[in-house]
Design a binder for this molecule. Structure first.
Ligand SMILES: [Zn+2]
Ligand SMILES: [Zn+2]
Length: 386
């Protein structure tokens, strides 16, 4: 630990013009647009489920029950849209929300019949996008409002639009990611042992879950560490680190090469251990929630749990651009491997004063998408010039 380092308080500049305040019409305007866009997407998913829903997810939810959620989403979008006109401000947002919902009504609304779905190998995860967005807003945005770490950090902080785009892109790509991950693990068929898998399945459920978390995190730790410490790989992962205000949405920022390789690598230990489906389902839900939670702008206290599981405080330090924190706290699920392999940075009560990369990255989606390629090209040119 760096004893000499002077830890400072983070200074969040107030952005009153970006804040949401009751009575202005901005909250209702945004709510109307969000619900309208989600409703229209949901209607399209009901119309073309083979192409716009995820096979794995369809097994989890009841499409008929979700029609009720869609019904209320559409009505609330209209209600909030009209409310913006009553309140007087942000009418354009209200009009957009009403327009999106009206289109959803014209296309059949929530009454589109639900029938059997012919599964396709590759589809767009519109259902995953809608459910993850609604779930994240309800759980994590509420948490950030009730227990914020940085009270002055606004929802519409710099880069929120870019991160929303990443959120959309990464959720739509879920089926392509799973397809690639399954293809990747199929190369490890030779390493599967029936005895090991039978032994794992005989363990109590909670032991299986702990075993999966530890095995998965071992892979994630090393994969993450390589992304940081191998010069060639860093430009890919630098995209995730370019965010300078962390919140529930910030964790979505990640280059597609990282998204694909991370899922493919973490699938290997799960495939080899072959646990019960219930244990696997618990792990997937845990991993998905933790990945969002650790980026949240929250001061929620975890007590002694912080020694066992990665918390927002732990992962916020991973995102710090301050010297003692660089290349530390690689764990995705637990701090155990950072402790074992000497990369732990846990300065008691302090939080980072600065986030982001030491070298600025492009601030657009396309700029960040091409960033690793631009770095590799520049490196080749300098090598050629030597
Ligand atoms: Zn990292
Ligand atoms: Zn992160």
């Amino acid at each position: 630990m760096d004893e000499q380092y002077q830890y400072q308080q983070r200074d969040v500049p107030p952005r009153p013009h970006k804040a949401f305040r009751l009575g202005e019409g901005k909250i209702s305007g945004f709510a109307s647009v969000c619900l309208g866009a989600l409703s229209l997407l949901a209607v399209l998913a009901y119309l073309y489920p083979s192409y716009l829903t995820t096979t794995e997810l369809r097994a989890v939810y009841d499409a008929k029950e979700l029609q009720q959620v869609l019904k209320y989403g559409m009505y609330f979008s209209l209600f909030f849209g009209l409310l913006t006109f009553v309140l007087g401000g942000y009418r354009r947002l209200g009009l957009t929300g009403i327009g999106l919902t009206s289109t959803a009504f014209l296309l059949g609304g929530w009454q589109i019949p639900v029938g059997p779905v012919a599964p396709k190998a590759l589809s767009l995860g519109v259902d995953w996008l809608i459910l993850a967005f609604l779930g994240s807003v309800f759980i994590f945005m509420t948490l950030e409002k009730l227990l914020p770490r940085y009270k002055d950090q606004v929802i519409l902080r710099p880069g929120w639009g870019l991160d929303l785009w990443y959120f959309v892109f990464n959720h739509l790509a879920i089926s392509a990611i799973l397809l690639y991950a399954n293809y990747h693990v199929s190369h490890f068929h030779w390493a599967v042992s029936d005895e090991v898998q039978a032994w794992v399945q005989a363990l109590p459920l909670w032991v299986q879950v702990v075993a999966i978390i530890l095995a998965a995190d071992f892979v994630l730790y090393w994969e993450h560490r390589l992304f940081h410490e191998v010069g060639f790989l860093w430009p890919i992962h630098a995209v995730h680190h370019s965010v300078e205000d962390l919140d529930w949405l910030a964790g979505s920022r990640g280059h597609f090469i990282q998204m694909f390789s991370e899922r493919a690598m973490v699938m290997v230990p799960l495939y080899l251990l072959g646990p019960d489906k219930a244990a696997l389902d618990i792990y997937v839900a845990f991993a998905a929630l933790q990945a969002v939670l650790i980026h949240c702008n929250t001061r929620l206290h975890f007590g002694p749990i912080k020694y066992l599981l990665v918390t927002p405080w732990f992962h916020h330090w991973h995102h710090s651009s301050e010297k003692p924190a660089i290349d530390t706290n690689y764990g995705a699920h637990t701090p155990i491997y950072d402790w074992l392999f000497g990369t732990l940075h846990v300065p008691s009560q302090h939080w980072p004063a600065h986030y982001g990369t030491t070298k600025p990255l492009p601030r657009t989606f396309m700029g960040q998408l091409s960033y690793p390629f631009a770095c590799w090209l520049a490196r080749r040119k300098t090598k050629g010039a030597d």
